[in-house]
Design a protein around this ligand. Structure first.
Ligand code: KIV
Length: 280
């Protein structure tokens, strides 16, 4: 069954947890969709995972549209959220509206996500008023990495915890139908989740959230250089792929691949004529 804004909000009411994974391409989207994951986030984390940048700040609208449209083509039932990249909404309410509209029109996605609380309340209101569902994102918001001085857990002091709670309330009041809580203490995330009517989707925010999101390459064990505390490897995908690549390299080198079963046939008579015509 197709996941929608109503079904995702209904899951919170029924006490059912929402599953979300990031995704950036058609083939992976098909696998995630078939696995029954409720929602895909085409995150601007594609700057890190797909493009090799150290942060998400260089990601463009064109990057998001290119990857977002590919993911949407791979989905049947999964609800697709497209991230608004850095400086596509902070500059003005008008820019936010135009760029949210482009993301939906040019990808076919179901909703947009943007980072920030009180500071982007007007943007969230304008986008939702235009009929585009919005997911908020508060706590450790990667587009503010330079202001935070690094990727650090947020909300540890009373003042900071209260700020995050009030941001969550602002995001809800502005019309967002869900909010991502990133890298905040588990007790604070549970406190916020109990007080909001919209679902919270946690990443590094403990089990008290209404749903969870992870970067798919992290949870599939493709990146092992650095494993954040909040990541669990549900597979050792990096090892599996590495073994496959090595085996391919070996078999190509040995002439063992391709075998007869991987090759196409031609009529013997035609080959005989060709050999006759072009003798060596
Ligand atoms: O871009 C992204 O992948 C995200 C998640 C980490 C929530 O925003």
């Amino acid at each position: 069954m197709k996941n929608t804004v109503a079904s995702l909000m209904g899951m919170k009411e029924k006490g059912e947890k929402i599953s979300m994974l990031t995704c950036y391409d058609y083939s992976t989207a098909k696998i995630i969709d078939a696995a029954g994951i409720n929602s895909i986030l085409v995150g601007d984390s594609l700057g890190n995972t797909m493009l090799g940048y150290p942060d998400t700040l260089s990601v463009t609208m064109e990057d998001m549209i290119h990857h977002g449209a590919a993911v949407v083509r791979g989905c049947t039932n999964t609800f697709v959220v497209i991230d608004m990249p850095f400086m596509s909404y902070q500059t003005s309410v008008y820019d936010a509206l135009v760029n949210a509209g482009r993301l939906i029109k040019e990808t076919g996605g179901n909703a947009v996500k943007l980072e920030g609380g009180a500071a982007v309340k007007e943007q969230i209101k304008a986008i939702t008023d235009a009929g585009i569902p919005v997911v908020g994102h508060i706590g450790m918001t990667p587009q503010s990495v330079n202001a935070f001085g690094g990727f650090k857990v947020q909300g540890k002091s009373l003042r900071a915890a209260e700020r995050i709670f009030l941001d969550a309330m602002d995001v809800q009041e502005a019309g967002a139908f869900a909010v991502v809580l990133e890298c905040v203490p588990a007790d604070l995330a549970a406190f916020i989740s109990e007080r909001l009517t919209i679902p919270t989707i946690g990443i590094g925010a403990g089990a008290g959230c209404d749903g969870q999101v992870l970067v798919w390459q992290d949870m599939a064990g493709l990146f092992t250089d650095y494993v954040p505390k909040f990541v669990k490897h549900f597979a050792e995908g990096g090892r599996v792929l590495s073994e496959a690549f090595s085996a391919y390299h070996r078999e190509v080198g040995e002439g063992a691949f391709p075998g007869k079963e991987h090759s196409f046939k031609i009529d013997e008579g035609i080959m005989a004529e060709l050999r006759e015509k072009y003798r060596v």
